[in-house]
Design a protein around this ligand. Structure first.
Ligand code: CP
Ligand code: NVA
Length: 306
């Protein structure tokens, strides 16, 4: 199958990624100025959600409509996927009817299996391993508010989860230094660490990780699918809460990002999203603009008139 997929930040070159960020900023400006831009008229995105979502669903759905196309929400509960139809078969059929597909799932292999059988681009809307669309929004937000991230220091605090793995890929692709502070046993996947080499430093101390950092980010301590571990994780992750005092150790112009949803009082202090150093609301909005740039990049433009 020849379609171009976006399952990971490594599916694009660094230049393409910077191009997507720049385009996201342009599309945001077009929308703010009320300019109609509909290159994907008549194009249809299918969205399979095996996990809950607010931002990802809304940003893809609204984004497709704004680009002139449409999006269809599909859940395993009311498709044959929930009744055991193989994902490869679903990919063959769905990709004959749709122009692109987005999947939010558990095992990353669901995405690779779909992609291997799909005629149309597949986008990773989050897997247990990676959340690359979120990184497009995060990188756009940093770029808008602080300029290029190249050569900067980024601190990831807390769980070595799917978001952390995508930050590791971002460190390689956007050329920044990443410090990951996590409790023992909750390190990011060794495969991503090995790929990143000395781009990423692993440490235990959040204070050490944020010292002089230009960007600090964290995420929930219990990701979707880990609910039964929640009580144990809350105890273990206590020293990893990001709060104003921790950010005081970072660079003066540090930016704080959180992919949301946030658990106030757990991974962040009650008031952190209101701290002037937090850009989490802009970051959430940028999911829309960054993904519109991605859709424009991946999906064939409008049909010709007969
Ligand atoms: N950040 C993010 O992906 O949010 P949702 O789970 O609401 O889509
Ligand atoms: N790590 C979180 C991200 C949610 C957007 C999860 O996978 O649940």
């Amino acid at each position: 199958m020849s379609a171009r997929h976006f399952l990971s930040l490594m599916d694009c070159t660094p230049d393409e990624l910077v191009g997507l960020i720049r385009r996201g900023i342009e599309l945001k400006d077009l929308r703010n100025r009320g300019v109609l831009f509909e290159p994907l008229k008549n194009r249809v995105l299918g969205m399979i959600f095996e996990k809950a979502s607010t931002r990802t669903r809304l940003s893809f759905e609204a984004g497709m409509i704004q680009l002139g196309g449409q999006a269809i929400f599909l859940s395993p509960r009311d498709t044959q996927l929930g009744r055991g139809e193989p994902i490869g078969d679903a990919a063959i059929v769905m990709s004959r009817m749709l122009d692109a597909v987005m999947i939010r799932t558990f095992a990353h292999s669901t995405l690779t299996e779909f992609a291997a059988n799909s005629r149309v681009p597949l986008i990773n809307g989050l897997s247990d391993d990676l959340h690359p669309c979120q990184l497009l929004a995060d990188m756009q937000t940093f770029h808008e508010l602080r300029g290029s991230i190249k050569g900067k220091t980024v601190a990831w605090i807390g769980d070595g989860n799917n978001m952390c793995n995508s930050y590791i890929e971002a460190a390689v692709q956007f050329d920044f230094q990443l410090r990951v502070a996590c409790p023992e046993g909750y390190e990011p996947n060794a495969k991503f660490l090995a790929m990143a080499g000395d781009r990423v430093q692993l440490m235990r101390s959040p204070q050490e990780a944020v010292a002089g950092a230009h960007l600090v980010s964290t995420d929930v301590w219990t990701s979707m699918g880990q609910e039964e571990q929640a009580a144990e994780r809350i105890k273990l992750f206590q020293p990893y809460q990001v709060n104003a005092a921790l950010l005081d150790l970072a660079a003066k112009d540090v930016l704080f990002l959180h992919c949301l949803p946030a658990h106030r009082g757990e991974e962040i202090s009650e008031d952190l999203l209101e701290d002037p150093r937090s850009a989490a609301w802009d970051q959430a909005e940028n999911r829309l603009h960054a993904q519109k740039a991605l859709l424009e990049f991946l999906v064939e433009p409008a049909y010709h008139h007969a």
